[in-house]
Design a protein around this ligand. Structure first.
Ligand SMILES: [Co+2]
Length: 329
């Protein structure tokens, strides 16, 4: 079953790749030109390249001395995360602090690597090596079969973009999502990066997404309703003419990559309150346009259906006795 599934997926992927290649070849009229065709969008959303997946390199092998989560080899987590939010004790919290600190430390180093011409595959390899070098495992790798160590979502790719051979272009905006598994605990964060000079519309989208996350974190404290996170985020986004993509939720995190609570980023009145010792992520995705997304044939890449750009930023937070602590600062 598993093998058949992946063969079909590979075949499908190569169809997409071949199609892109043929498009390039026919337009360029010269097989030596290896750059793929870019569609440029130049409407009220600004000027930017519309991105589709390119070739994905082979999966890397993690050295045997790196402790792996249960899905490292099997691709399926042995246990799902808890169904009710877990209250962590001091020693569990200390482990969360360490993994989150490493994730954010590595994410901060991505900025220096970003420039026009480098590929997201290059970013993936650099970050992968940094994570392994710190004795940790890159959590996305092989999680339900995800083929790479980070997610890179460029322009109209809303989430779960797979690092590939497309060179970054002047004006691109991208989310890089880094999650590490260290000492048995996951730490998860992501940030937006700008390639060269980005248009005003793109900059504004990033600024407001940052404001949404910051404002949502500010209300986190014991007894706060989880739903108020979404209420704050949607309110700010809409005031600035952006929309929250509802398909992507924050999540509880610990020895598991994803578990309760679900953190909805759109206006809602779902039940549940925060308690000291809970750790979860907040990671809104804002769109310039519609909120509908489509998952491409690779099974992961989520693109906006109207090709509008999106921005996403993520922190892991801990609820403390009198407020919250951002673990991935
Ligand atoms: Co996350």
């Amino acid at each position: 079953m598993h093998l058949t599934g992946s063969v079909i997926q590979t075949t499908r992927y190569f169809k997409t790749y071949l199609l892109n290649f043929l498009k390039t070849a026919s337009k360029a009229g010269d097989m030596k030109i290896f750059r793929f065709v870019h569609t440029y969008n130049n409407n009220s959303f600004g000027k930017y390249a519309i991105v589709r997946p390119w070739l994905v390199s082979e999966k890397v092998v993690v050295p045997a001395y790196i402790p792996q989560p249960s899905y490292g080899k099997s691709s399926i987590p042995e246990r799902d995360g808890p169904v009710t939010p877990e209250i962590k004790d001091e020693s569990q919290i200390e482990c969360m602090r360490q993994s989150c600190k490493l994730a954010s430390h590595i994410l901060h180093q991505v900025d220096a690597l970003i420039k026009p011409g480098i590929t997201t595959d290059f970013l993936d390899k650099q970050v992968h090596d940094m994570i392994i070098g710190n004795g940790a495992y890159p959590s996305p790798l092989n999680y339900h079969g995800f083929p790479k160590s980070i997610c890179t979502s460029v322009n109209n790719v809303a989430c779960h973009g797979i690092p590939d051979s497309r060179p970054l272009q002047e004006g691109d905006i991208l989310n890089v999502d880094v999650t590490v598994y260290l000492n048995g605990y996951h730490g998860d964060c992501s940030a937006m990066f700008q390639v060269g000079e980005v248009d005003l519309e793109g900059k504004q989208l990033i600024t407001i997404t940052e404001l949404c996350l910051k404002s949502a974190i500010e209300i986190c404290k014991p007894n706060q309703h989880f739903c108020n996170i979404g209420n704050v985020i949607e309110d700010i986004a809409n005031k600035h003419n952006f929309n929250v993509i509802p398909a992507f939720v924050g999540h509880g995190i610990g020895t598991y990559f994803h578990g309760a609570p679900d953190i909805f980023h759109f206006a809602n009145d779902y039940s549940g309150r925060m308690k000291p010792g809970m750790t979860f992520t907040i990671e809104p995705v804002l769109s310039q346009g519609m909120t509908q997304i489509e998952i491409l044939e690779d099974g992961w890449t989520a693109c906006t259906v109207d090709n509008s750009r999106t921005a996403q930023i993520e922190h892991t937070v801990l609820i403390t006795d009198d407020g919250c602590e951002i673990l991935t600062l």
